[in-house]
Write a protein that binds this ligand. Structure first.
Ligand SMILES: Nc1ncnc2c1ncn2[C@@H]1O[C@H](COP(=O)(O)OP(=O)(O)OP(=O)(O)O)[C@@H](O)[C@H]1O
Ligand SMILES: [Mg+2]
Length: 440
């Protein structure tokens, strides 16, 4: 995880940076927007920008967007100004981080931005079989398509493949095709030359070149539009890419892993995904089973998350009690491992005895056995607009997922992109949108 800080490292922002470093992030610093853009052009692996509100956050966000660089900007400022957060979000920042920095909040922001943790737990024989298959094909150069429901651990498995591959000494670069606006995706993948479009002030290296010698994970590949799929096919087939506005092809040495939570073959038959690309990517296919098909993993995962979130929050480690485990095992886990992770995170914060008891396990309604809607519930909505009710439903769901966008989108049955767009609108209207990974 690489974090670029815009501002001075001597004050509270520097303190935030040091906390991020303790959490394993690599730091980079720029004194102003111009310096930051130079760093971003040079290093496509920067995952997150922390920008002091003393700088013009709106201008930074605009400049980054104009160069089609897809990186979230988190605005940082003193927490005593109640309007600062709203202003920052209006200026296009993804989040507002109040200073002095709260280590938990930084951990949550880093985690949300990176979407990554590395441990792979597999105790259930069903999951162990999936991992064995992944390990068998890991040392080859074959492209791999990883399927599975949202939150099952597709990215975790992709990283595992990279670690077990001959490229493990090289970099692992991930790109979420759903999280990046269509217009930016091509330049994000292949980079661009100076002058390629009106905001392209300098050459920028894309993820393909950044991943040279290593592994490139294309997350949620089904979200890529057909036009770009043609260019991706060429890159996969010829091992050559064209920078946007570039004069000639650039050779790249990259192994491709791709994930999808849709049935890609069905996408092929309805014409939304190129068949030739499908067969190129799907040299080997892996499926991460949903959590309900591997109940034997629940206890081990719960234990793992109990340790991890105790550590992250500076709390004493409490084991998961038997009674709590019984509740966990009976649940439906529509949000899979991610939902279990959020549930345990909450439980770690709520528990206060020697163990995590059943009372600390708050299961997200709607994610297990759905409660039937009551007539009163619907009747109470009469008189309100669809838009209004939709906003409330989205914000409430986000509260239940502790701000986790992917999980909320799954529960709501909409794409992450659609969710993000709506949240941006709500924030612009002045609504309080829970930041990623933070309890509402
Ligand atoms: N086997 C596992 N061991 C430990 N942690 C796991 C495991 N599987 C998933 N996780 C954790 O669960 C969360 C979701 O995993 P991941 O992001 O890999 O899922 P995903 O299938 O890529 O989800 P999405 O479809 O939403 O992108 C992450 O925080 C990850 O660390
Ligand atoms: Mg993923």
């Amino acid at each position: 995880m690489r974090v670029l800080i815009i501002g001075s490292l001597s004050g509270e922002l520097g303190q935030a940076g040091r906390i991020a470093m303790v959490r394993g992030a690599k730091l980079d610093q720029a004194d102003d927007a111009a310096g930051a853009l130079m760093r971003l052009r040079a290093d496509a692996r920067i995952d997150l920008v922390l920008c002091d509100v003393l700088h013009d956050v709106a201008a930074v966000v605009r400049a980054i967007a104009a160069e089609r660089i897809a990186v979230p900007v988190v605005a940082c400022g003193t927490g005593d100004d109640p309007d600062a957060a709203v202003r920052a979000i209006r200026d296009g920042a993804r989040e507002f981080l109040p200073l002095p920095p709260d280590p938990d909040l930084i951990a949550a922001i880093l985690e949300a931005a990176a979407g990554e943790t590395h441990a792979l737990i597999a105790r259930d024989p069903v999951m162990q079989a999936a991992v064995r298959r992944a390990e068998l094909i890991a040392p080859s150069e074959a492209s791999v398509l990883i399927g599975g429901e949202s939150g099952t651990g597709k990215e975790v498995l992709a990283r595992h493949i990279h670690r077990r591959s001959r490229r493990s000494g090289g970099v692992f670069v991930a790109l979420n095709c759903a999280a990046i606006p269509e217009a930016l995706l091509e330049s994000e993948l292949f980079g661009h030359e100076k002058g390629a479009f009106s905001g392209a002030l300098a050459r920028r290296v894309g993820k393909f070149e950044a991943a040279d010698g290593g592994t490139l994970l294309l997350d949620e590949i089904s979200e890529m539009d057909v036009r770009l799929q043609a260019k991706l096919l060429r890159a996969v087939q010829e091992r050559e890419i064209d920078r946007v506005g570039g004069a000639g092809p650039v050779r790249v040495n990259v192994r491709i892993l791709a994930t999808t939570n849709r049935d890609l073959l069905a996408e092929v038959s309805r014409g939304a995904f190129r068949e030739d690309l499908y067969f190129r990517l799907n040299v080997v296919s892996l499926r991460v089973p949903p959590l309900r098909e591997r109940p034997g993993d629940i206890a081990a995962l719960a234990e793992h998350f109990a340790r991890r979130y105790a550590e992250v929050n500076g709390l004493p480690y409490r084991p998961v009690s038997r009674a709590a485990l019984i509740r966990l095992t009976a649940h439906g886990w529509r949000g899979n491992v991610r939902e279990l992770e959020n549930t345990i995170h909450r439980a770690v914060l709520l528990a206060d005895g020697a163990e995590i008891g059943p009372e600390a396990i708050e299961l997200a309604p709607g994610a297990g056995a759905p409660e039937p809607p009551t007539a009163g519930g619907i009747a109470a909505l009469v008189g309100r607009t669809m838009e209004d009710v939709e906003r409330d439903l989205i914000l409430h769901t986000l509260g239940h997922t502790i701000g986790n966008r992917t999980h909320a989108a799954t529960i709501l049955g909409i794409s992450i992109r659609a969710l993000r767009n709506k949240l941006r609108d709500y924030a612009a209207q002045g609504a309080l949108v829970p930041p990623p990974g933070q309890a509402a």
